[in-house]
Design a protein around this ligand. Structure first.
Ligand SMILES: C[S@@+](CC[C@H](N)C(=O)[O-])C[C@H]1O[C@@H](n2cnc3c(N)ncnc32)[C@H](O)[C@@H]1O
Length: 284
């Protein structure tokens, strides 16, 4: 498969996330319920103290950073950021709901962090770095904006086999011949599936005391239909691929996906789909 031009990737990625932002706000609750242990791990790993300045990159609706905001008060400031304004708007709305006041909102691309050198005590990114065109640049920038001894904590999905909640549609679309086999080493949600890649990127960026663990996650939905509707809402690439199918192909796709995921459906039709994420922390 031809390698995507990084500039083209950056442009289409921003378009994708801007379009998906409202749905990430709508489905924030189900994602955060499942992902709460990941947020807590990341926040603990930056060792937040009152007075700290903490940046959340690729914050989406912002939940992980908001946990840190409570712990750095009084005197501390959270900078909640994302590459696209539409996601920042979701985070701003959520902070207002929660009554969080020690937070600034910024549109920041992880590859070019518009903050002074050694400005921060901690940086958090839950499921962000593996999506950027050049993660080495993003982690280099992260280290630059951290003070010596500051901490970074990130989450990145493990192998597609361990994440059927996300990989099942792609696998069946490939099997149907509707899309090409994705290049898992290009920027995408599974690009950091090998934890050694995370360790190497952190090391190359100059981080020390690198720790990597795995956290299992379970996404709960009332039915497979609810899960499917959510996936179609939060993933514009899935909408595009499904939209290109004939009605008969769409039926075949759903049948194949339902068969693949049948083992996770309980007697009452509810579904508990497993996932696995790497979490990593390091010192600057
Ligand atoms: C999978 S979502 C995760 C959102 C949130 N961190 C969470 O865990 O719910 C990925 C987020 O990364 C953002 N993003 C993608 N590329 C980015 C980049 N180069 N710099 C900063 N944010 C980026 C997207 O806009 C999106 O909000």
């Amino acid at each position: 498969m031809a390698a995507t031009d990084p500039e083209e990737y950056r442009r289409t990625s921003r378009e994708h996330w801007a379009r998906a932002a409202a749905a990430w706000g709508t489905h924030r609750d189900v994602i955060q319920t499942a992902a709460q242990p990941v947020s807590h791990w990341l926040v603990d790993a930056i060792e937040p103290q009152p007075g700290h300045r903490v940046l959340e990159l690729a914050a989406g609706p912002g939940d992980t950073g908001f946990l840190a905001a409570e712990l750095i008060a009084p005197g501390g400031t959270l900078i909640s950021s994302d590459a696209v304004e539409e996601m920042v708007a979701q985070a701003r709305a959520r902070a207002a709901e929660l009554g969080i006041e020690n937070v600034e909102f910024r549109t920041i691309d992880a590859e070019w962090i518009d903050l002074p050198t050694a400005d921060l005590d901690g940086v958090i990114a839950r499921w962000g770095y593996m999506l950027v065109a050049d993660p080495a640049t993003a982690l280099g920038e992260t280290r630059r904006v951290l003070r010596p001894g500051g901490r970074v904590a990130l989450a990145a999905w493990a192998h597609p086999d361990d994440n059927p909640w996300a990989s099942a549609p792609t696998r069946e679309l490939v099997a149907l011949g509707a899309i090409e086999q994705p290049d898992l080493d290009a920027p995408n949600m599974f690009a950091f599936r090998d934890p050694q890649r995370i360790a190497t990127l952190l090391e190359d960026a100059g981080f020390t005391e690198i720790a990597i663990e795995q956290i299992p996650i379970v996404f709960q939905y009332p039915s497979l239909d609810d899960w499917w509707d959510t996936q179609l809402d939060i993933s514009t690439s899935l909408v595009r691929a499904v939209g290109a199918l004939t009605p008969a192909q769409r039926d075949d796709l759903r049948d194949a996906i339902d068969a693949r995921l049948a083992r996770y459906v309980t007697a009452d039709g509810a579904v508990a789909l497993p996932g696995l994420t790497h979490v990593a922390a390091a010192g600057a």
